[in-house]
Write a protein that binds this ligand. Sequence first.
Ligand code: PMP
Length: 287
Amino acid sequence: MPRTVYVNGEYLPETEARVSIFDRGFLFADGVYEVTSVLDGKLIDFDGHAARLQRSLGELQMANPTTREALLEIHRELVRRNDITDGLIYLQVTRGSDGDRDFVFPAEDTPPTIVLFTQDKPGLADNPVARKGFKIISIEDQRWARRDIKTVQLLYPSMGKMMAKAAGCDDAWMVEDGFVTEGTSNNAYIVTQDGTIVTRQLSNDILHGITRAAVLRFAREAQIRVEERPFTIEEAQAAREAFITSASAFVMPVVEIDGKPVSDGNVGKMATRIREIYLEEMRKAAV
Ligand code: PMP
């Protein structure tokens, strides 16, 4: 059955959805996006994603085509129409099109393009990989300098995932000036030998993960020490544990970095505990 998707105010079968070839998202990657998880038919951390969307749009002087309330209703309608129990909702807003190609932004009254679609992922929170953990490689961070804006300019992260795949691994951590920035599509963490969670501090160098914010809040509430600072691959390889977070993977243990096992190479206790807390709390707060 074709999915029902949302394009500029209309719910349509995916086969009938159309965007202009002049759309700036297509020509210039001039667009931003969000991915929100659905568990048991409910949205996880919707407000976090809506707030970050607003911030990304603001940083690019792009108009927001909706309100929080309208956006929530579109998300819920797509969940209903596509009968999603567990899955993802992808949302993209671009600067639209004024019918030609020009580097200069179009007139301010040019309507933005807004597209949403669902991805059905039965058992999303029960991913068996979470019991096995990720093997990762490190690669140089070759992205632009405004990684805090969630743009659709994802070619380098996509290349990074292909490099990981070619190396027989699950993902890549990017390194700049000797320090890990983040994963290709997730934030990166280590747990030091004394049990402190370490993750890079917020800046323009990394995406301000919605899952990161929740996980750090829950960790602090559970009296776990948290340090927001950069760390190296060598420190990660010598750590007690490592893990990543994202809205679609939640909390995922990392068991190997550049061919070296993290501790004994098994999934760590802290990552498992944080994953459980995160899923339990976020399911309770889902809308
Ligand atoms: N960093 C990058 C580069 C990402 O693409 C993502 C996922 N979109 C994240 C971090 C994690 O962010 P979130 O927890 O909001 O999904």
